[in-house]
Write a protein that binds this ligand. Sequence first.
Ligand SMILES: NC(=O)C1=CN([C@@H]2O[C@H](COP(=O)(O)OP(=O)(O)OC[C@H]3O[C@@H](n4cnc5c(N)ncnc54)[C@H](O)[C@@H]3O)[C@@H](O)[C@H]2O)C=CC1
Ligand SMILES: O=C(O)[C@@H]1CCC=N1
Length: 274
Amino acid sequence: MPLGKKIAFLGTGNMAEALVKGLLRAGTASREEILCSEPRAERRAEIQARYGVETSGDNRALAERADIVVISVKPQIIEHLLVEIAPAIDHRKLVISIAAGIPILAIARKLGAGVRIVRVMPNTPALVGAGATALARGAHATDADLEQARALFQSVGTTEVVEEPLLDAVTGLSGSGPAFVFLAIEALADGGVKVGLARPVAMALAAQTVLGSAKLVLETGEHPGRLKDQVTSPGGTAIAGVHALEVGGLRAALIAAVEAATRRSRELGEKAAK
Ligand SMILES: NC(=O)C1=CN([C@@H]2O[C@H](COP(=O)(O)OP(=O)(O)OC[C@H]3O[C@@H](n4cnc5c(N)ncnc54)[C@H](O)[C@@H]3O)[C@@H](O)[C@H]2O)C=CC1
Ligand SMILES: O=C(O)[C@@H]1CCC=N1
């Protein structure tokens, strides 16, 4: 459903592009309603050519014209950006930050009292309408603001509302998780190649196996352990592979990956709070 709002993305890198493409694909915003700021001229040209949206190198000018301002620069440069756009932001605009680790308070401190902020952690599968996003509301954001932000991200995947302190954990799991899963898909395909499959066949089978297994979990609501039991016949092939994964420490490695990414998100936040 169209939101009917002008949305400015400040910083048009990987994540902003995933959202722009996803929003256009879903019809949540039209080309005329999306504004993208980006300092690199070649990147502006690329975004303009791909999506037909307006691009500019002027963060403040785009923020002034938008109803919803999405802060999508790297956490390391957010402070500079906030100082730059502060004069263009007042309580009439909704500010959505997708920056990993950066607390709402640190943003509010730079943008001014009373600013309506929703902090969000999306992920790149939003590009194909299969994102997983969690949102947390700032003190001055209204229920309607949260709903509007939620509608925006719901149009490119699923959404969960959490308390702000849990967003670091979300960043560790679903924000960073696609990287872990891509590694797994690549490795599964490597396994296929090792046992004789052509690379394109191995890649297609590996990716579809991950997609299908995730769908089975979501659509049946079954515990993944039970679904795993359905694949492992006594003395069969799957249990031989599962044993190899347990010896290799797959579970511990995945738990440690989520924990390490969560820790890093907290570190980024602590730096911003100083
Ligand atoms: N990539 C991902 O999977 C996810 C990223 N995020 C968050 O999204 C934000 C952006 O991440 P990515 O898109 O991966 O990074 P990126 O590096 O691809 O994009 C950042 C963009 O900001 C531009 N930029 C640099 N200085 C700027 C300035 N002063 N004003 C405006 N734009 C400027 C860069 O040229 C670049 O195109 C980060 O805060 C990250 O934590 C959140 C969820 C997932
Ligand atoms: O690596 C990062 O900082 C971003 C945040 C979540 C996923 N990628």
